[in-house]
Design a protein around this ligand. Sequence first.
Ligand code: 5AD
Ligand code: SF4
Length: 466
Amino acid sequence: MTAETMTTETGKAARKRLFIKTYGCQMNVYDSERMRDVLAPLGYEPADAPDGADLVILNTCHIREKAAEKVYSELGRLKPLKEARAAEGGTMTVTVAGCVAQAEGAEIQRRAPVVDLVVGPQTYHKLPELIASVHRERGEALDTEFEVEEKFDRLAAPARQVEGHTAFVTVQEGCDKFCSFCVVPYTRGPEWSRPVDQVTAEIRQLAAKGVREVTLLGQNVNAYHGAAPGAEAGSWSLGRLVRHLGLIGGIDRIRFTTSHPNDMDDELIAAFAEEPKLMPYLHLPVQAGSDRILRAMNRKHTAASYLAVIERLRAARPDIAISGDFIVGFPGETEADFQETLALVDAVGHASAFSFKYSRRPGTPGAALPGQVDEDVKSDRLARLQALLNSQQEAFNASMTGRTLPVLFERRGRKPGQLGGRSPYLQAVHCDGPESLIGQIAEVEILSASRNALAGRLTGGERSAA
Ligand code: 5AD
Ligand code: SF4
């Protein structure tokens, strides 16, 4: 047994340094936090940099090609650090987790021998066991053996370390939609929902630790159908779950992401009207505005059916802020198709949005389609789309000036005496105020707005969630 893997006399695992680098979506941010929690009992403490770390985990994203390439560059940078650690007489275990791990498997170790362990998103609960086996192969021992259990049973068990007053909670994973551009159904597997009781218990625990706002996460979160507690057998929709979570004292704000237009059912739309804790902001990707392209993308909705969903949402909650994802340059996309995307954007009016050039992902049906679009055409369309989306975001923010908004303060601002928080519409808001307001909701009169943030002053008014 080496010094670093020995248990201390108090029976606690010896201190080791863990560095996790997270790529991609909020689901990965959540998974990284859970990996930290599950490794803490083994003595792993978070480090800010990979230098000198005992365990480095790259929690990867495979959604676009560049995301995967970044991982290989990072692995190249880790090689000398791992050698330096060995020269000091220590070891650095390099682990690749996340969707690149799932998609590429053992290929990663062939391409980057610096990697000791590859672990997909469904198996993080086994990390302690897997790390133990790496140590065993090296002739070192680790002090713990874990039984194989379901991911969330294991990950839900250790107390969550909480920083701040907002938190993400995974309620659903995977996707059965198979959009023809997307790797998620392959990397994250089929749709699966966490049982209601488990979600409720985690959020109660977070509330007790001072969390005021939760964002429910899932690749296809509004397809949620979690097993209901005890007597109320059957499965609950996301709308029902949201109303149930609204009963938890201490939690003032609820959000969820990411949704598919076809799963916006009446119960969920009604929750925007009836559940005051559900914030008036929705990320609802449409991807494109041309029905021909939407069909080729296997989205199973049209531009008109998307607009009809937006209309129902606005009838329920007239001030709801809409965000989305867009892909330009999907195979076969013509200038006329692209114009239909711009027209759809015009019709919706976005509070914010993400837009991407189509990235050909091996193994997805889109990769094999004829009519792949030239990079410079994609770049040109992306620039035009982003100019329009940016102007909408600017206009949306500008419409807030003169209004008074409830702001959940999350942190100190950049300047002394300044606080930073979020409006109900997820806008960043800055104003001067006492640090005692961090973790509280207070009324702020908005005095100015830019594309990325609002600035205002405290009115001393009463708090309310939205
Ligand atoms: N190319 C470009 N963008 C993609 N997305 C998913 N797959 C691809 C791809 N192959 C985008 C979609 C999705 C978001 C998370 O990433 O817009 O909603
Ligand atoms: Fe990917 Fe979302 Fe389509 Fe599922 S619904 S395949 S996660 S883009």
